[in-house]
Design a protein around this ligand. Structure first.
Ligand code: GLN
Length: 420
């Protein structure tokens, strides 16, 4: 693979054309640097720092860039973001990842939040447009492409979709995966597409879209989710390529077990490049909102993957989005989410919105400390827990003057037929 900058440049220039023509974009138009719905990431003016900006990008007139304005108090999305930002602005727990050397140098005080609704409204506060490497938050998007083109069983059969319960780069998990009682008849050592082994196997499994090579497919797919042409951060890519010895061990074991069927080093290189794609919290929120919106990017209106694909991807996020602490996360916050070691987190409330955070210091599992706390507050504020419910109002329809009676048990349809 050609690793030069100029080659990357050519891919990027070619992408806007490719996004329009390639088979996996079903929408009326593809994002381009200046087209309708395009998102330009200019930093907010100094006097707007610390306020929540809102832009309804989907509604921007053709050929113009949407202008972000200050969101008024009383707007629930604005209030949720503002509250979360203020609550944790000064939180300093956690530590930047340092096993990828350049990540240790990123300013740990950076903190940004973004929220995108399925209607295409974009809210942001703090360093929401500060770019960082996507890292593991890339994993669900490549698996989405594989599911969309090859079917859900392809991923389940070759990789698996159960939680490994181990760290994201675990070698032990590969061996444990072979001895799972439920998997006696099929060997699935990679375990899950959201740990390193499974994500690299996903890249191996991915078929290049017609007329494209694998890398162009990966970057084009990720760009379609983000609604703008994304690029690789070459410094991150080099730093990780030079130090990813554990991942080299993983790909060799996966090749040995015939989980990776192509060239293992090529799969690893593509994966490392994928993890080095540069995004902002705002991008992650748009990408998550595309998953929340049945696979249609709410900002560009491009149908990126089928609705059925997003349901599968969100289920995988619920199994392992925050690795071995995913159970804690679901128990506390109740939404599918994905973290990355550069400090990004994306959380999705299906049918409503996605919220994303950027804050580099991590907990021992590799999840942004401040991001988790802030997203928890936003989700609570907006009633986003997907497991939460309220008792149905049916009993009240009996009339305010009557005591609520116990409804007879039995199928709901019978009650409806009885005219309740
Ligand atoms: N590129 C990183 C790695 O392979 C991704 C890990 C992560 O974000 N958890 O280790």
């Amino acid at each position: 693979m050609n690793r030069s900058k100029s080659r990357t440049g050519i891919w990027v220039v070619a992408l806007s054309t490719l996004l329009a023509s390639c088979g996996f974009l079903h929408g009326a138009f593809a994002p381009s640097a200046s087209g309708p719905g395009a998102v330009t990431l200019t930093p907010p003016a100094a006097d707007q720092a610390g306020t929540v900006l809102v832009a309804t990008t989907g509604a921007a007139p053709a050929g113009t860039s949407p202008r972000a304005t200050t969101a008024p108090p009383g707007d629930p999305f604005r209030d949720a973001l503002m509250d979360a930002f203020k609550s944790f602005r000064r939180l300093q727990e956690g530590k930047n990842a340092d096993y990828i050397p350049v990540l240790a140098q990123v300013d740990p005080s950076l903190f940004g939040l973004a929220l995108v609704t399925v209607q295409g409204a974009v809210y942001e506060i703090g360093s929401a447009r500060n770019e960082f490497s996507i890292q593991s938050v890339s994993k669900p998007f490549t698996v989405a492409r594989v599911i969309d083109t090859m079917g859900a069983d392809a991923v389940d059969n070759r990789i698996g979709v159960n939680a490994t319960g181990q760290k994201f780069d675990s070698i032990l998990a590969l061996d444990l995966g072979k001895n799972m009682p439920a998997d006696k008849d099929r060997v699935r050592p990679a375990g899950n597409p959201l740990v390193n082994a499974g994500a690299i196997a996903t890249v191996d499994l991915l078929a290049a879209a017609a007329g494209m090579d694998k890398w162009t497919t990966i970057l084009g797919n990720m760009s379609a989710f983000a609604g703008r042409v994304l690029q690789v951060n070459d410094e991150i890519y080099r730093s990780e390529s030079e130090t990813n010895i554990n991942n080299r061990a993983i790909v060799n074991l996966l090749k040995n077990d015939e989980v990776i069927q192509g060239d293992p080093m090529q799969a690893l290189d593509l994966y490392t490049r994928q993890c080095s794609i540069s995004v902002s919290a705002r991008d992650l929120a748009v990408m998550g909102a595309t998953l929340a919106n049945g696979g249609r990017n709410p900002v560009t209106n491009v149908q990126v993957v089928a609705p059925a694909t997003t349901a599968r991807v969100l289920a995988i996020l619920a199994t392992a989005g925050l690795y071995e602490t995913t159970g804690d996360w679901l128990y506390k916050v109740g939404v599918p989410a994905k973290s990355g070691v550069a400090g990004g987190i994306m959380a999705v409330v299906p049918g409503r919105f996605a919220v994303a955070s950027f804050s580099p210091p991590l907990d021992p599992a590799g999840n942004s400390v401040r991001g988790q706390r802030a997203i928890e507050v936003v989700v609570q504020h907006l009633g986003g827990n997907v497991f939460a419910s309220q008792p149905a109002v049916r009993a009240q329809r009996l009339g305010a003057d009557k005591e609520p009676t116990l409804l007879p048990t039995g199928p709901v349809r019978e009650l409806t037929a009885a005219g309740r």
